[in-house]
Design a protein around this ligand. Structure first.
Ligand code: C2E
Ligand code: CA
Ligand code: CA
Length: 898
């Protein structure tokens, strides 16, 4: 790990000034001529002029450096400056003493000594502050190594400088103390110097200048002490260079901008470096070497300090060895843990306070899709999205112990990755000294989450939004619309007769058809609209507008895109759809209401003939409830005999004779009054009550006609025509119901005609054919009702065992209007006759129609011209008259209404 920086940069102070860096170098260079001058000049001038310049310039350089560089901890520098000041004052005083004759031998320390001695605690204090600032985490090896080296050096110092004074009998009291105090002070400085050398922290130019100056001071002091002891010291010698170097390096150190980093902390990482271990080892060898040397000289005078130091070093080395063994074990388990970490799919990163990556496990390379070299020392913030990078900076600055966050990265490979991140702030620990980030790649899980969410909200067949999502969108759109005071429009689409496709072609074909329909519908909407599959063959459209016209436009587009037939296998299939349109805002209805309104309008579109759209109108609600009520009341009505029959004669156009009658059901509702069949037959058809209703009509009509026959009100060929619903035709009980009706009434099968609609026949050709065949077996005749309203041609109907064709009123209406409307009817009548089918013209209202039909050789007719449907009593009266006065009226041109 790189040294950790703290302090200035983070406080955002101005960057290092190049001018100060230059000043530092200039100061150093300026010392060279001064030094030369110092030695060139005579001693007095040198001492009085040059030396003070060198000393005081150092003090000023330090003070200027502190003021200009503004270090985070100026105290240390002020203490150091004070120490240097004490030294130069001491030097200046000593120069005076040197000049002054030694007037007295006064005891007690001189002012010079006091100034010199004052330097030690000041320097020591300053250096201790430095050591403390530079130590970020407790590291026992630093203290131990410093202790060992200082121990070795201390012993040398003792033997060389302290012991001689200690043993010197000529010195007494204060003088002796003062004499000892100097080397003792040096030992203090040695200790801090060693500690600085061993400890951590940044080592930039200023640090090295300080270190050089410090050791230079110590060496000069040592030499001075040595020469003084041997009484061979003379002023103005090369020893002075040591102090000059001290002054100049310290001044330059303070001037240099890197002085701000001197008080910055950093971990020590050199605890096992060979250099350090060899220095520590040499220190341990000092006591035996000293003992050996003294023994060799024959004067072992320092046995006790040597022994004590030896013991002291032994204890320290022992502790150190234990630490080394432990850290070796740690290193082993670290390798193991590292292997595990690298195997792990979670990536582990350690970043420093500036987000620079100090460590990364193997998995990080995969997550960031970069190789190890690109990650080393990279700024993590550069690898993250802007917001995530900001998030990381916040984590780094607020320093909470553990933080859980989620990031997304898009490394060079372009694939987004979702990361679950746990950040543990271990910047306070010596082992890690950084922010530990555990990154888990949760992309796959997120993707699954999203897929599940997608599945829950989408239709699996078409991929369109499903009803849940659709309703959610509708709600959101309504809220948006609410804010701007508008409303939204929804369309509810239901494919017409889609059940037939599924039944005839199978569900596989039905599914592929639905997919094709969805694709076309999608093409019919505009950007911003939502198309959803609401279920089965139902689709929903959400338009972000309250304009109903837009809904109609969409419905028209839908009609347009469905116009082309679909190809399924080798078949062409034409599809139509019925659509309901509703618009609304939250003020009036809920999203559910809105969709229900559209659905209601869709039902109305179906009832009004399918393949069309209807706009929702509030009355539709009343209509719908009314229909629901009627459905609920119908069964009870049947049981309470509220239903009854009207009969309408079918006459021979030519003679006006009544050849048969059609039974038409009515309901006398206790509350709603008289209800025509259109009001309840379609409802009965949707609820399944229709079979029961038809059965009741069959029994009633057969019973009535059987009665009239037995009363001889009509002849043998007279028949009763009863309507059978398309739904009932598919019911296998129909033949049984017919048999029962005939059996109970005693009516002969030949007198019963069943009317089925053309569409009922072609809805399910196969089963219709089978059922008709069975009915024919019974002996009843079959009439195809409302012929011409379906889509089939008559030849289409040949395959059915039919007897009578009832030409729909819409054709009859056109017969007499003169512009060729009779062409179709003529063709139908001709073909019918060729196929041996009798023809009945329905809804004949005017004379002209009857005349025209007669000319076209249509045999029978039915309509208001002859008689409206009438109650049984009236019908009986008509039968008694045998002939309707139709022919006569026809000739007279008057219209007769019953
Ligand atoms: P439909 O079978 O086509 O019956 C003929 C309808 O035309 C009857 O209406 C009749 O009143 C009406 N109509 C007859 N002549 C004329 C005319 O000259 N001009 C006009 N404008 N209308 C004429 P209704 O009775 O209201 O019956 C309507 C439909 O209800 C019937 O049409 C039939 O499909 C169904 N329906 C009636 N009774 C029954 C029943 O008992 N069972 C079943 N399943 N359906 C029935
Ligand atoms: Ca009919
Ligand atoms: Ca009819």
């Amino acid at each position: 790990m790189r040294p950790h920086r703290r302090g200035n940069q983070e406080q955002g102070e101005q960057p290092a000034s190049p001018r100060l860096a230059t000043a530092s170098s200039v100061y150093l260079l300026a010392m060279a001529p001064l030094t030369i001058l110092y030695y060139a000049l005579p001693t007095e001038t040198a001492k009085f002029v040059v030396w003070p310049i060198i000393g005081w310039s150092s003090v000023f350089a330090i003070l200027i450096g502190v003021l200009r560089n503004r270090p985070a901890a100026p105290t240390a520098w002020y203490l150091l400056a004070a120490g240097v000041t004490a030294l130069i004052i001491g030097d200046n005083l000593s120069s005076y003493q040197f000049l002054m004759p030694q007037t007295d031998a006064a005891t007690g320390p001189s002012l010079t000594d006091i100034m010199y001695l004052a330097m030690y605690p000041l320097l020591f204090a300053g250096l201790v502050v430095l050591v403390l600032r530079r130590t970020v985490a407790r590291d026992r090896t630093v203290a131990l190594d410093a202790g060992i080296i200082t121990g070795g050096l201390g012993l040398v110092w003792w033997i060389l400088f302290l012991a001689p004074y200690y043993r010197d009998g000529s010195l007494h009291g204060i003088d002796r103390l003062v004499a000892i105090a100097f080397p003792f002070g040096d030992i203090l400085i040695v200790a801090t110097a060693v500690r600085l050398a061993v400890g951590g922290g940044p080592r930039l130019r200023s640090f090295w200048l300080l270190a050089v100056g410090l050791w230079s001071l110590l060496v000069a002091d040592a030499l001075y002490g040595y020469f003084t002891l041997n009484s061979s010291f003379s002023e103005h010698t090369f020893v002075d260079i040591g102090w000059i170097v001290f002054y100049m390096t310290w001044g330059a150190a303070a001037l240099h901008p890197s002085m701000r980093s001197v008080t910055d902390g950093g971990p020590s990482t050199r605890s096992m470096s060979p250099k350090r271990l060899s220095i520590v080892g040499s220190a341990v060898l000092v006591p035996p070497l000293m003992l050996f040397a003294q023994d060799a000289v024959g004067d072992v005078s320092d046995a006790t300090p040597i022994a004590l130091t030896g013991a002291w070093l032994f204890v320290l080395v022992l502790i150190r060895i234990v630490g080394i063994v432990r850290s070796a074990a740690n290193a082993r388990s670290e390798t193991r843990i590292r292997a595990l970490v690298d195997k792990s799919s979670d990536a582990i990163l350690v970043v420093d306070g500036e987000a620079r990556i100090r460590y990364h496990s193997a998995a990080a390379e995969r997550i960031f899709a970069r190789n190890a070299a690109d990650l080393d020392e990279a700024f993590l913030t550069d690898l993250l999205r802007v917001a995530d990078a900001q998030n990381l900076r916040v984590i780094l600055s607020n320093g909470s112990p553990t933080t859980n966050v989620e990031w997304r990265v898009r490394p060079p490979d372009g694939k987004w990755r979702d990361l679950e991140v746990v950040a543990d702030d271990l910047r306070g620990t010596a082992e890690v000294n950084g922010l530990v980030l555990t990154l888990r790649d949760v992309t796959r899980r997120k993707q699954l989450d999203m897929e599940l969410r997608h599945q829950a909200l989408h239709d699996s067949l078409t991929g369109l939004p499903n009803r849940v999502l659709f309703m959610d969108r509708v709600e959101q759109a309504m809220r948006r619309a609410e804010r701007r005071g508008g409303s939204v429009t929804v369309l509810f689409l239901d494919l017409d007769d889609f059940k037939l496709i599924n039944d005839s072609l199978g569900h596989g074909a039905g599914d592929s058809l639905l997919i094709a329909v969805a694709a076309r519908l999608l093409a019919s909407i505009r950007a911003g609209d939502t198309l959803a599959r609401l279920g089965g063959d139902e689709f929903g459209f959400l338009l972000d507008t309250g304009e109903v016209e837009e809904g109609e436009a969409t419905a028209n587009r839908i009609e347009h895109v469905l116009r082309e037939p679909f190809v399924v296998g080798d078949k062409l299939i034409q599809l139509w759809a019925s659509t309901g349109i509703a618009a609304g805002s939250l003020r009036i209805k809920t999203p559910d209401d809105l969709l229900r309104d559209a659905e209601l309008a869709m039902y109305l579109a179906k009832r009004n003939g399918k393949n069309r759209f209807e706009l929702f109108r509030p009355e539709m609600h009343d209509d719908a409830t009314r229909r629901l009520d009627i459905a609920a009341e119908l069964l009870g009505g049947m049981e309470r005999n509220e239903l009854f029959l009207h009969y309408q004669p079918i006459v021979d156009i030519h003679s006006g004779a009544i050849v048969g009658i059609e039974a038409l059901v009515r309901w006398q509702h206790p509350r709603r009054g008289f209800l025509p069949p259109d009001e309840f037959i379609p409802i009965a058809e949707t609820t399944g009550l229709i079979a029961q209703l038809d059965k009741w009509v069959l029994n009633e009509a057969c019973g009535q006609v059987a009665a009239w026959k037995s009363e001889h009100r009509c002849d043998e060929s007279f028949y009763i025509s009863v309507n059978v619903s398309g739904r009932h035709l598919q019911d296998r009980n129909l033949t049984r119901d017919v048999r029962d009706a005939l059996a109970v009434s005693g009516l002969d099968a030949g007198s019963l005609v069943l009317e089925v609609t053309e569409t009922a026949l072609i809805d399910d050709v196969e089963s219709a054919t089978a059922i008709l065949a069975r009915l024919k077996e019974i002996g009843v005749r079959i009439a195809v009702d409302d012929f011409g309203t379906g889509y089939s041609s008559l030849t289409h109907l040949v395959k059915f065992p039919l007897d009578i064709v009832k030409i729909d009123k819409s054709f009859v209406d056109r017969v007499a209007n003169g512009n060729g409307g009779d062409v179709m009817v003529r063709a139908v009548i001709d073909l019918s006759h060729k196929l041996g089918l009798a023809t009945v013209a329905e809804g004949v209202e005017v004379d002209l129609q009857a005349l025209a039909l007669e000319d076209l050789a249509c045999r029978w007719a039915q309509g208001y011209l002859y008689s409206r449907p009438v109650p049984a009593e009236d019908m009986a009266a008509l039968l008694d008259a045998r002939h309707l006065p139709a022919t006569r009226q026809k000739r007279g041109g008057a219209v007769r209404a019953s």
